[in-house]
Design a protein around this ligand. Structure first.
Ligand SMILES: [Zn+2]
Ligand SMILES: [Zn+2]
Length: 155
C-alpha cells in the first residue's frame, strides 16, 4: 500500500493530501528561509498544485520580501497562521509544500541542500545528499521523470 502523504496546520483547520510523491525536495539554508521560519532552514517539497488536494480550510497567501526580488507568497492557515506551502514567482501551478506540516514529516527527506553558504555552523550535512553553496542545476540533479513533470506544468 502506498503511504498517504497528508498534512495540515497546527489548529487542524487546514488539511491537505499530496496525491503523489513530490518532484524533488529542497532543504534551503538561505537567510530568507531562516528568517521566515525562525529556524535553521526550510524543507520544501516541490509538487504540482493539482497534486495538492485541499481536504479542509483555505490557506491564504501572504507576500514576503525576498533577497532576489522575485515574488514569494507564503500560504498560511487563516486561523493559526501555520505556513503550509509557498508559491515562488506567482506561478500558480507549482507548490513548495512545507514538509514539516506533513503528519509524517520523515516521509520526504531532502534530495538536495541549497544555499549552504548561510547554513548555520552547527548543522552537519548528511553524507550522500548533494549540497550547494547557492542554487544548483536542476537538469543535472532531478530524475528524468521529475523533469518531465516540471516541463508539463512550466513548459
Ligand atoms: Zn490552523
Ligand atoms: Zn531559502
Amino acid at each position: 500500500m502506498k503511504p498517504t502523504l497528508e498534512g495540515g496546520c497546527a489548529c487542524g483547520a487546514v488539511r491537505y493530501r499530496l496525491t503523489s510523491k513530490p518532484m524533488f525536495v529542497h532543504c534551503c539554508h538561505c537567510r530568507d528561509c531562516q528568517r521566515q521560519t525562525g529556524s535553521a532552514f526550510v524543507l520544501n517539497a516541490l509538487i504540482e498544485t493539482d497534486r495538492v488536494t485541499l481536504l479542509s480550510g483555505e490557506p491564504r497567501p501572504v507576500a514576503v520580501p525576498t533577497d532576489s526580488g522575485r515574488p514569494h507568497e507564503i500560504f498560511r492557515c487563516p486561523t493559526c497562521q501555520t505556513a503550509v506551502w509557498s508559491d515562488y514567482g506567482r506561478r500558480g501551478v507549482l507548490r513548495f509544500v512545507r514538509v514539516g506540516t506533513l503528519d509524517d514529516a520523515a516521509a520526504l527527506p531532502p534530495d538536495v541542500h541549497i544555499y549552504t553558504r548561510s547554513k548555520l555552523p552547527w548543522i552537519a550535512l548528511p553524507a550522500g545528499v548533494p549540497a550547494f553553496e547557492a542554487y544548483y542545476d536542476m537538469k543535472k540533479l532531478w530524475p528524468a521523470a521529475s523533469l518531465e513533470r516540471r516541463r508539463a506544468i512550466l513548459g
